[in-house]
Design a protein around this ligand. Structure first.
Ligand code: PRP
Length: 185
């Protein structure tokens, strides 16, 4: 297993930004339920924290699974729904919750298929955005952090299924001497 590498965003930085995003979302939506559609697996930690930070409203949490990468560090360009919604979102306020936007292939595809289900509104919140990597343009309303083009792990993000459980976000390194430097487990 490669080492996790250099600390990029600490747990404290992430939690502070999550609270700011939640306050912005609370302010932007009128009363009424909001459906958080979380994209597994990477967004599981972000949706857990974001949903708890939303104060004002009825929050409903739904999961979809979309596979686009396999166990590689680079995108295969293949996107498929491996778990669909259990609910009808027609007429509802829907917020897609993602951990990271890289090429944009996953989210542009997801946005397109969810729009066809005629929600009242459809927006995207992502914790991380790598704008340099964008191939498919996608409109994202809420961004936690814009980060450079480096492979990151932790806080839900994996490398070959490892490191999702880290509280911090680190730049993956294959340098053994950097192993778990600055990481709080
Ligand atoms: C990651 C991430 C996004 C997608 C972003 O998921 O969670 O869904 O890649 O990449 P893109 O903008 O290039 O499409 P991944 O397929 O790695 O699955 P996971 O969330 O289960 O780790």
């Amino acid at each position: 297993m490669p080492s996790a590498g250099r600390l990029l965003l600490s747990s404290e930085q992430i939690q502070k930004r999550v609270r700011e995003l939640a306050a912005q979302i609370d302010a932007d939506y009128a009363d009424g339920p909001i459906y958080l559609i979380s994209v597994l697996k990477g967004a599981f930690m972000f949706v857990a924290d974001l949903s708890r930070a939303l104060k004002k409203r009825s929050v409903r949490i739904e999961f979809m699974a979309i596979s686009s990468y396999g166990n590689q560090k680079t995108s295969s360009g293949q996107v498929k729904v491996t778990h669909d919604l259990d609910v009808n979102i027609e007429g509802h306020n829907v917020l897609i919750v993602e951990d990271i936007i890289d090429s944009g292939v996953t989210l542009s595809y997801l946005r397109r298929i969810l729009e066809q289900r005629r929600p009242k509104s459809l927006e995207i919140v992502t914790l991380l955005d790598k704008p340099e990597r964008r191939v498919a343009p996608v409109a994202v309303k809420y961004v936690g952090f814009r980060i450079p083009d480096q492979f990151v792990v932790g806080y839900g993000l994996d490398y070959a299924e490892d490191y999702r459980n880290l509280s911090d976000i680190c730049v993956l390194s294959s340098e053994p001497e950097l192993r778990l430097e600055g990481v709080s487990l």
